[in-house]
Design a protein around this ligand. Structure first.
Ligand code: BGC
Length: 757
């Protein structure tokens, strides 16, 4: 396997300056905490001869502008929402005896950057032999605090080994941004004016602070930076559109410059700008030292790895990929109930910082079994946009229920292309599924009473209104003109996955309304009044679930939708590599009329609703869909890997897992520069836990059916389930289960009941 990073268990190390990889490594080295995201840009921002994509993001902070359609029509999404690339405070420009550090020109040796997955830091070091003769050892480290949402920090040390160095260190808040993104690539929607308006700026002693306002969305971002340095006097001032703090000192051999930067970001509604600015200033001035923050970070991550620990014996490359993926998932998830997980995390502008079904279908299971409190927050975010989802359903002509947007930040539908956007109604079911799984795994009835039951009920109402009992289909409940997860087959009738998840939504909505009635009668009563719920609705949903239509099998093939087999064959081997991904080289109409898939769809239905299919059906269909799927979406391979494990095709499962585990570390899709593929990253956890480990929810408990790929000596993983941490260890000889913490619990191991603890 070709790889640019050595296989190390807990670190990702870039050795030597690699100008050709700078942009994708900026994504790999991104640090975030669910609110603040900083790309792994060089402190001096640029290097001669290397392309860079500068980026600092605040999850959920976006600007909007009207979508301009050549031919607009009723109900189209109205506005773009695009995550803002906000003022950059991680910069530090070093100049020694008049020479500014530039990796493209300066004489630098041993340049190394290390992302440390246990410390949560990005560390950089190098030796600089300046033109003037001074030799300096430079170290820089940064942190985006996982324990303090508004804080990030940096530590810089410049040590003079020989000669004398007149050092100038300029720390800046830079508002300017270099536009990223290819306007012709629908995945990153470049070419838009994303500039922000500068508000108040203050330079006061060692503290710089500044506001930026979005142009149309009524939001403000505030940033404040405090500097601590004992090497001498500094000068803070307004500089161009931004601000700078300049420290000048003379270093002789054996002396050094030590500097710490505390960086605070706050953001919110524009009319709260003054308070938010004061908050940012206070936060950075009262920030603990870098050492304290780093110790907190380490402690937080120790606890995380304690509950999310995984190991693979005999495959360092995969283990590194897995841990790297988990680290980025943890970093990217919103934690305050007001934001979710962007498709690219907080590592780039790809997909404009939008939230998709990626969160509920891929990422949430990982968070649910490693950080259940954060899982609740992600679902609370969906509850916070329920009013917008109700309004959208009305706009589309549905009298009842709520339709969640296919892609959004603040709840409005932002998908300008409805066939592969709004028509993916399955998103309602994905959210409902996540709510039910959350309850199953946590038994958090408060959540169900506060938000969960209402979300289930509103999504069930929507599906009930969307479908109908069709005479053509013997009176069964059909759902027509939808797009399933596979975006290469759009506006189809009876997408199997959609119908199955709609049926599940019906059953769960009825079940949880009854559960609430029994366990929390007063809250149930209040909910019924608020939403005008009548008991008959549950009976209606249950009947629709029972009579749900699924396209019948033809020659053993379970159809992805009514007409899947009636499309023109397009053998994958006839499509040259340079024509991939298809969406970049063929018109949609060409793609849609062919029997070809972008991603797992029917296979996902088989993974999610395994009990509805026989082993034989799974096998036959795995091979059929394997032959017609391009995997042009990074969400695809993990799902194929999970089903392959289930049907005993461990080699295939392994191959798919291999292709997804290091997808971003090795830039396998060639677009990691635009940000990391968060759903795929989560997919690799799912490959291990749900695939090789065979974890499922069954008979009111959790069950495992582990297999061990021949390439490994063994592997292990931990999951949190109902307050317990369970460790599963698998070797070619068999599996063992251990309760790491929590009350005794019963599980199903290969079909047998076992009590742990
Ligand atoms: C996939 C979708 C996914 C989106 C964002 C698309 O390429 O087809 O399933 O939600 O990317 O990751």
């Amino acid at each position: 396997m070709e790889t640019k990073f050595a296989f190390e268990p807990w670190t990702i190390t870039e050795r030597g300056f690699q100008p050709e990889n700078l942009r994708e490594n900026e994504s790999v080295f991104a640090l975030a905490n669910g609110l603040i995201g900083m790309r792994g840009n060089l402190e001096e921002a640029s290097a001669s001869g290397a392309d860079t994509i500068q980026g600092t993001f605040i999850n959920g902070i976006f600007d909007s502008e009207p979508i301009v359609y050549g031919e607009a029509a009723y109900g189209y999404a109205k506005n773009h929402e695009t995550i803002c690339n906000v003022m950059d405070a991680k910069g530090l420009v070093l100049t020694v005896n008049g020479e500014s550090l530039d990796l493209g020109r300066s004489k630098v040796e041993g340049h190394t950057r290390i992302l440390d997955l246990r410390r949560g830091t990005l560390h950089r070091s190098f030796l600089w032999k300046t033109a003037g003769g001074a030799v300096l050892e430079v170290e820089m480290e940064r942190i985006v605090s996982l324990t303090r949402q508004h804080l990030a920090a940096m530590k810089i040390r410049v040590y003079c080994i020989s000669g004398s160095a007149n050092v100038q260190a300029v720390s800046q808040i830079r508002p300017a941004r270099i536009a990223a993104g290819d306007p012709n690539d629908p995945r990153n929607a470049g070419g838009k004016d994303r500039s922000l308006k500068t508000g108040n700026r203050r330079a006061d002693g060692n503290c710089l602070s500044m506001q930026q306002f979005t142009k149309n969305s009524g939001q403000v971002i505030c940033c404040a930076v405090n500097h601590v340095c004992e090497n001498g006097q500094a000068d803070a001032c307004l500089a161009g559109d931004g601000l700078s703090w300049t420290m000048q000192c003379l270093l002789s051999a054996g002396s050094c410059l030590d500097l710490e930067k505390s960086i605070a970001y706050t953001a919110g509604k524009a009319d709260e700008a003054a308070q938010l600015m004061a908050m940012a200033e206070e936060e950075c001035q009262q920030a603990p030292s870098y050492t304290v923050l780093a110790a907190e970070q380490r402690e937080y991550l120790d606890t995380f790895w304690e509950s999310a620990g995984m190991s693979i014996e005999g495959d360092d490359a995969l283990l590194q990929g897995l841990r790297f993926n988990l680290f980025h998932i943890l970093q990217s998830a919103g934690r305050d109930g007001l934001r979710s997980v962007c498709a690219k995390g907080l590592s780039g502008e790809g997909y404009e910082g939008h939230y998709f079904w990626d969160t509920e279908a891929y990422i949430l299971p990982v968070i649910l079994h490693t950080q259940p409190e954060i899982a609740r927050k992600l679902l609370e975010y969906r509850y916070s946009i329920l009013p917008a989802a109700r309004a959208r359903a009305r706009e589309l002509g549905h009298e009842k229920g709520a339709l969640y947007p296919w892609r959004t930040i603040d709840g409005q539908e932002c998908s300008a292309y409805f066939p592969a956007g709004t028509a993916q109604y399955h998103i309602d079911g994905d959210i409902a599924h996540a709510v039910a799984e959350y309850y199953f795994s946590t038994q958090d009835l408060n959540f169900m009473a506060d938000c969960g039951a209402e979300m289930l009920e509103e999504t069930a109402r929507f599906f009930y209104d969307l479908g109908f009992y069709s005479r053509e289909k013997d009176g069964r409940f059909v759902i027509n003109c939808v797009t399933g997860p596979d975006e290469y087959n759009v506006l189809v009738n009876n997408n199997t996955y959609t119908n199955r998840i709609a049926a599940e939504t019906f059953i769960n909505a009825a079940k949880f309304m009854r559960l609430l009635e029994e366990k929390r009668p007063e809250e149930y009563q209040r909910l019924c009044e608020r939403i005008g719920y009548e008991e008959q609705e549950a009976a209606d949903w249950e009947k629709a679930a029972e009579l749900m239509y699924y396209p019948p099998k033809k020659d053993g093939i379970c159809l992805q939708d009514d007409d899947f087999l009636n499309r023109k064959p397009w053998p994958l081997e006839t499509i040259p590599a340079e024509k991939r991904p298809l969406l970049m080289h063929y018109h949609g109409l060409t793609i849609y009329r062919h029997m070809i898939c972008k991603q797992a769809d029917l296979i996902l239905a088989m993974v999610q609703f395994g009990d509805s299919y026989t082993e034989e059906e799974k096998k036959q269909n795995f091979h059929f869909y394997d032959r017609v799927t391009t995997h042009d979406s990074s969400l695809s391979m993990a799902i194929f890997s999970i089903l392959a494990s289930e049907i005993g095709e461990t080699e295939k499962a392994y191959d798919y897992f291999m292709s997804s585990a290091r997808l971003d570390l090795d830039d396998m899709q060639g677009n990691s520069k635009d940000g990391l593929h968060l759903a795929n990253m989560a997919g690799t956890w799912n490959c291990i836990v749900r695939g090789f480990g065979g974890m499922r929810f069954e008979e009111d408990t959790i069950s495992f059916h582990p297999v061990c790929p021949a390439q490994w000596k063994g592997y292990s993983f931990r999951v949190i389930f109902r307050g317990r941490t369970i460790e599963v260890k698998v070797t070619p000889e068999g599996a063992s289960y251990e309760l790491i913490c929590g009350e005794p619990v019963e599980i199903l191991a290969d079909g047998e009941r076992r009590r742990l603890g």
